[in-house]
Design a protein around this ligand. Structure first.
Ligand code: ZN
Length: 338
């Protein structure tokens, strides 16, 4: 991303910006921003069973997959040029301690082992959270304060750390905490280090807004909260200065990559995070962003390929080094065709 100022020194008619727009070759040569398959990460939803490909009605083209099918999907992504996947687990049982999230033979742990064995070279990132494993669907432990149920920060940290270590022990290349509890990056870093996993990077969902764009994901991950909402831990969508503080905290605690989620409605945040910190920065193009394009394309109201590529490019232009997107395999394929 260029940080050079570009003062206008020419003037019409000697300076004509259109001169550089007439030929496809020149336009291509002078593109300030580029999208490459190396920059794309494909999310996968894994669930128990064999030969399972459950459609997610609100996300055409996205499936809940048994591990054998996830291996096929990951291999296809790798064939198209995608280097990495990020895993979300749908366990067979949920409880109030999220025990499936840190079980040695939990769904994600098993999927990691299989993917590392069957798809050599693929980077396997794991989403570290408790919501998919909690019967109440929240990202932390629930405690009662009087009659009010609260999501308890500090008691949740231990479970998150346990989850991250179990993913890394199974072979995850990167762990990605998405819970938005305070202090979780430090606790996870310390737990990884004391388990001899000091080389496992942390990609933190540093700025995760309490967004309505997550709707379709909750169908896919079966993680809708059973009561209340996530606004006591995910960020207020109105806040930018707070987003910068969240990133600063996560970097101090040891985050290696910081993420902004969602992407398209938060490009200002993405740009500020990249320019203010200069750290490796990820954007998550979330389910709602994907579903909006898919539904408009289905009615013939927008061109799926053109709008997808323009959206991904805008995230790169704003400052994303990597982009998590449900369109990763398709987009990588389109990029190869060029
Ligand atoms: Zn969660």
């Amino acid at each position: 991303m260029s940080r050079m100022p570009s003062p206008l020194t020419g003037a019409f008619p000697s300076y004509r910006p259109r001169r550089l727009r007439f030929s496809e070759t020149l336009r291509r040569m002078l593109s300030e921003t580029r999208l490459h398959p190396d920059q794309l990460v494909l999310p996968l939803f894994v669930r128990p069973g064999r030969k399972v490909r459950n459609t997610v009605p609100s996300m055409p083209g996205v499936f809940q997959l048994s591990i054998d099918e996830a291996v096929r999907e990951a291999a296809a992504a790798q064939n198209a040029g995608v280097l990495a996947v990020i895993l979300f687990g749908i366990p067979s049982k949920k409880d109030t301690r999220a025990s499936g999230s840190y079980a040695k033979n939990g769904i994600v742990q098993k999927a990691v082992r299989q993917l590392k064995r069957d798809v050599p070279g693929l980077q396997v990132i794991t989403d570290v959270c408790l919501c998919e494993y909690m019967s109440h669907g929240h990202c932390g432990l629930v405690k009662k304060r009087g009659k009010v149920a609260m999501i308890d920060n500090d008691s949740s940290l231990k479970l998150l750390a346990r989850t991250a270590v179990s993913h890394a022990e199974a072979g995850a290349d990167v762990v990605a905490p998405s819970d938005m509890m305070d202090g979780r990056v430090a606790i996870i870093r310390a737990a990884l280090d004391s388990a001899g996993l000091s080389e496992t990077p942390i990609m933190s969902y540093a700025v995760k807004f309490a967004s309505a764009y997550y709707g379709p994901f909750r169908d896919a991950a079966e993680s809708a909260p059973q009561f209340g909402d996530r606004r006591s831990y995910q960020m207020n969508t109105a806040n930018a200065a707070e987003a910068i503080r969240e990133v600063a905290l996560d970097l101090k605690e040891g985050a290696d990559i910081v993420m902004v989620k969602p992407a398209l409605a938060y490009l200002d945040i993405l740009h500020r995070v990249k320019t203010e910190f200069g750290y490796p920065t990820a954007a998550y193009a979330v389910s709602g962003e994907y579903s909006m394009i898919q539904s408009a394309a289905k009615f013939g109201w927008m061109d799926e390929r053109a709008v997808t590529m323009e959206s991904l490019l805008s995230m790169r232009r704003a400052g994303a080094d990597i982009i998590i997107t449900y369109s990763a395999t398709k987009a990588a394929g389109w990029l190869q065709e060029r």
